[in-house]
Design a protein around this ligand. Structure first.
Ligand SMILES: Cc1cc2nc3c(=O)[nH]c(=O)nc-3n(C[C@H](O)[C@H](O)[C@H](O)COP(=O)(O)O)c2cc1C
Length: 511
């Protein structure tokens, strides 16, 4: 009997030795005359257990992890004996691991389950059901379904996706574009990468549905060049989808064409800002454009363009397959559906946690994250990327857009970076300003010059020089950057500073 063994092939697991484990498993199985089928799946997103090997037994997957090459011989014995608990690294049925069991995986329903580049595996797990549904209804009905879902952009700004799509649908043009923002620049975030490496067809399908909804025939995935594995997966998946008629001319006999390709960004943080991304896609230096005009009206090459994040587009197939109301039934208030939270920094159990909006911060940090690796008290978490607010580590708050905004914080792309009591928050406030000096496109003065002056004034405060007057100067500077910058790069840079001033006055104050 052939037994199926799953070893992840994504960059996280491979950086921890998954390729070597896969090779050792195959060698050991051959030596012990054990017939195995080795499937390379994506990660499940439980990083501290990687490489996480799964064995299929009685139609159930059993997890073992973290597996090293030295564990492999024992794994083959467990495989042949049929006793899935007879191994030091045995974790029981994968789906029963509390970290996974207590999640609501909608966008990431297939993560770690399928071979990412096997289109038949994708289809066998509900893939392309969304496109099929979309091809049966009018473009307006597709947009209405997205509106019903309440989906808001997962890239950071949380703009309602259906409204953006409506604008592009309503704008007449000889050419329209779908652009996927796969720049994923926020610190502590990796969900875009996990989706592209673990379930790339879902993004491709989402973009294809978007193209049908607004009448676009060309799409680009703007991918940061630091993601070579995602690039490889996407290219392979695009080729497979094209060969099977899901991309290219006359998609599935519908009469609609959609041509999709990947473009690599060179890694500047500002390239994630949608207008500067479009400049970069056009082959120019990434400088932010003034809005209006909105990209939905004058976007790539001056044509109406949908720019959406990987997770936004990757959620679209589910919304079309199961209906907008199904997705909308998750979440709370104006934050509908689920959010893939990314736990990073000083937490025992870093990884991907997809939960309905409204889950509390402490549930994420303690129940999922397991507290700090160091065992020291959690001092602060930074939520929403390098320009997000610092929140006290013992604070509990419902994780949704409105509640966080009311606390002076933001969700951004869902990254949560934890710091223990050794964190020097004054220096982290300085880091935000310094980051802006390096990453600013330079087009507007508050961002370009303000951040440089911000570093200088924070240095003086940290050195205890004329603290009261320098703090007043810093507050003034933060107001100017927040209100006067052209985009959220300069506009959000003060947030780490002001949140630290509010919650941790001793770290950047006049003590
Ligand atoms: C400085 C800056 C960096 C950004 N980086 C990203 C990014 O890496 N990925 C992303 O999807 N959105 C990023 N955004 C947000 C985009 O400008 C835009 O809101 C998003 O691509 C729209 O897609 P969505 O509605 O699906 O979120 C960034 C914004 C700013 C101001």
């Amino acid at each position: 009997m052939t037994l199926t063994v799953y070893v992840p092939c994504d960059s996280t697991a491979c950086s921890l030795g998954a390729d070597d484990v896969a090779t050792a498993l195959q060698t050991a199985a051959t030596a012990k005359a054990c017939d195995i089928k080795l499937v390379r799946n994506g990660t499940r997103g439980l990083f501290w257990l990687e490489p996480l090997v799964e064995i299929e037994h009685d139609s159930q997957r059993y997890a073992f992890g973290p597996v090293q090459e030295s564990d492999v011989g024992g794994l083959i014995d467990a495989l042949t004996s049929g006793d899935m608990s007879a191994h030091a690294k045995a974790l029981g049925p994968t789906e029963d691991i509390p970290y996974l069991k207590n999640q609501e995986r909608l966008t990431f329903a297939r993560l770690g389950i399928i071979n990412p580049v096997d289109i038949d595996d994708y289809i066998a797990h509900g893939g392309y059901d969304g496109l099929k549904a979309a091809l049966d209804i009018t473009p307006q009905a597709i947009v209405d379904e997205v509106k019903t879902s309440g989906l808001r952009g997962r890239g950071g700004a949380a703009f309602p996706t259906g409204i953006k799509w409506q604008t592009v649908l309503d704008t007449d043009a000889d050419q329209k574009y779908i652009v996927c923002n796969a720049d994923e620049g926020d610190s502590g975030t990796f969900a875009d990468r996990l989706l592209m490496e673990g379930d790339p067809f879902s993004l491709i399908e989402g973009m294809t549905i978007a193209s049908r909804a607004v009448g676009a025939t060309r799409g680009y995935i703007y991918l940061r060049c630091e993601y070579p594995d995602a690039h490889r997966m996407l290219d392979t998946a695009i080729k497979a989808a094209t060969a099977r008629g899901y991309l290219g001319e006359n998609i599935c006999g519908s009469g609609s064409d959609f041509f999709l390709s990947v473009r690599l960004g060179a890694g500047a943080y500002i390239c994630g800002e949608e207008t500067s991304l479009l400049e970069s896609l056009e082959g120019k230096r990434c400088m932010v454009r003034a809005k209006p005009p909105l990209p939905a009206i004058e976007g790539l090459f001056g044509k109406p363009t949908i720019v959406n994040n990987v997770l936004t587009l990757g959620t679209i197939p589910l919304i079309l397959a199961k209906g907008g109301a199904y997705y909308e039934s998750y979440g709370e208030g104006r934050s509908r559906g689920t959010q893939p939270f990314q736990l990073a920094g000083n937490l025992k159990h870093g990884g991907l946690v997809e939960k309905a909006f409204g889950v509390t911060l402490q549930t994420l940090l303690q129940d999922f994250g397991g507290g700090t690796i160091t065992g020291l008290p959690l001092k602060a978490v930074q939520c929403g990327g390098p320009l997000g607010a610092y929140i006290p580590g013992d604070k509990d708050v419902a994780m949704d857009y409105e509640t966080l905004a009311a606390q002076g914080a933001m969700l951004g792309h869902g990254g949560i970076v934890a710091f223990d009591e050794n964190a020097a928050l004054g220096k982290l406030a300085r880091f935000a300003m310094e980051f802006c000096t390096v990453e600013s496109c330079g087009k507007c003065t508050p961002c370009r010059i303000g951040s440089t002056r911000g570093v200088e004034v924070i240095d003086r405060i940290l050195a205890g020089q004329e603290t009261a007057s320098n703090l007043a100067l810093l507050d003034d500077l933060c107001d100017i950057m927040k209100d006067g910058s052209l985009c959220a790069m300069g506009g959000l840079t003060p947030l780490p500073v002001t949140s630290i001033r509010t919650h941790f006055p001793n770290e950047l104050g006049d003590n």
